[in-house]
Write a protein that binds this ligand. Structure first.
Ligand code: SF4
Ligand code: SF4
Length: 363
């Protein structure tokens, strides 16, 4: 395992972190998976309320009772669900109890979507104030934030110097969009943790297409995608969701090759991304506030296939989504979009959703 300094906190954290959002139903097995990851060198564990039907924090609590090695835990308070100091305090106390620790090492102001929301987080009596008080009481060690803002807005937040680290979605597809934020974090020497290295599962689901990111014959596309994050200068921890012992092994084995990509390979990836990858939907679902209740992530996921393959494959995928009941027969169709723009404001990839829905409707 490779360990890196988490900003100025004095903590050395594993470059691969454990994302606790993929546990199955068997909680004892899930706890075993956590402990195995720790045994193999992972010491950064990320959880949150609501992950895995709200069981993730308790699963970590179970695992932490007899962890083989030192570990740090990160959890979160959702800025729009806990919008003031008191509700953050209640959330924190619940997390401490469920995780079974007396302090949270990294506590996130979770999911700051734009600078408007950031202002609300920092307002008197707001979430930050509540978290800061808890930090002064020793219940939180390091106060950090997670965001889906664009790079320039992440820079604005970092430059206020109120947080010790940032968690952001970063992967081979969207990396140009977040670069400025990572640069700002490096300038201010704060930790950077990345999530969503597999682009919401899109990368492993389209292995053949993403073969080009592999540098070694014996690595999987998923390993190459995780290594892409871990190799990036300025990134402290790359989170990978793990729900089984096999996934732990696969993620750890990412480091069996030198972590860095060759300059030639990086150029090849960048060229390809600039050509078409930056335009893919990662199915993150942050756009689901449509007043017409259109299933935007499902339709945009299907549109990915138009980009990666062709219109016929996209149509086939939409039919499949309907057969599976993921898009319900009675739910609104893409041509019911009224172009209000709400989804485009929220989109983490800043995609032209309205135009895409129009093209899907025409197809
Ligand atoms: S622009 Fe269309 S799809 Fe987007 S939120 Fe508005 S109605 Fe829904
Ligand atoms: S359209 Fe944008 S916000 Fe919605 S799921 Fe796709 S990437 Fe995420």
């Amino acid at each position: 395992m490779i360990y890196r300094d988490y900003g100025k906190t004095g903590k050395k954290v594993s470059t691969i972190g454990f994302g606790g959002m993929r546990f199955g139903k068997d909680e004892d097995y899930a706890a075993e998976v956590v402990r195995r990851a720790n045994e193999l060198g992972i010491n950064y564990f990320d959880t949150a309320p609501f992950y895995c039907n709200d069981r993730s924090e308790e699963i970590f609590g179970k695992a932490f009772k007899n962890m083989p090695g030192e570990f740090y835990v990160s959890t979160k308070s959702m800025v729009n669900k806990e919008p003031d100091a008191d509700s953050v305090r209640r959330r924190l106390e619940k997390s401490l109890k469920r995780i079974g620790v007396d302090k949270i090492n990294f506590f996130h102001m979770w999911c700051i979507m734009d600078l408007e929301q950031y202002k609300k987080v920092m307002a008197p009596g707001g979430p930050y104030e509540g978290a800061l008080k808890a930090k002064q009481e020793g219940l939180i060690e390091h106060l950090v934030f997670s965001t889906h803002c664009k790079g320039e807005d992440i820079r604005t937040i970092i430059e206020d110097d109120v947080f010790e680290g940032v968690l952001l979605g970063y992967n081979v597809m969207n990396h140009p969009y977040r670069q400025e934020g990572i640069k700002a974090a490096m300038e201010h020497n704060i930790g950077v943790v990345t999530m969503n290295p597999l682009g919401g599962g899109l990368i492993p689901q389209h292995k053949e297409y993403f073969e080009f990111i592999k540098q070694w014959d014996d690595e999987t596309v998923s390993q190459a995608a995780l290594r892409f994050n871990a190799a990036q200068e300025g990134i402290t921890v790359s989170l990978a969701g793990m729900g089984s012992l096999e996934e732990v092994e696969e993620n750890i084995n990412t480091l069996k090759h030198p972590i860095a990509f060759s300059e030639e390979k990086l150029q090849e990836i960048k060229k390809k991304i600039i050509n078409d990858m930056d335009s893919l939907c990662t199915t993150c679902s942050y756009c689901t506030k449509c007043p017409k209740k259109i299933h935007i992530p499902h339709y945009l996921e299907a549109y990915n296939l138009m980009i990666l393959k062709d219109e016929a494959t996209m149509k086939k995928h939409i039919d499949w989504l309907k057969q599976e009941g993921r898009i319900k027969e009675e739910s609104p169709s893409p041509d019911e979009c009224i172009a209000c723009g709400v989804c485009e404001e929220l989109c983490t990839q800043k995609l032209p959703i309205i135009q895409r829905l129009k093209e899907i409707a025409e197809a």
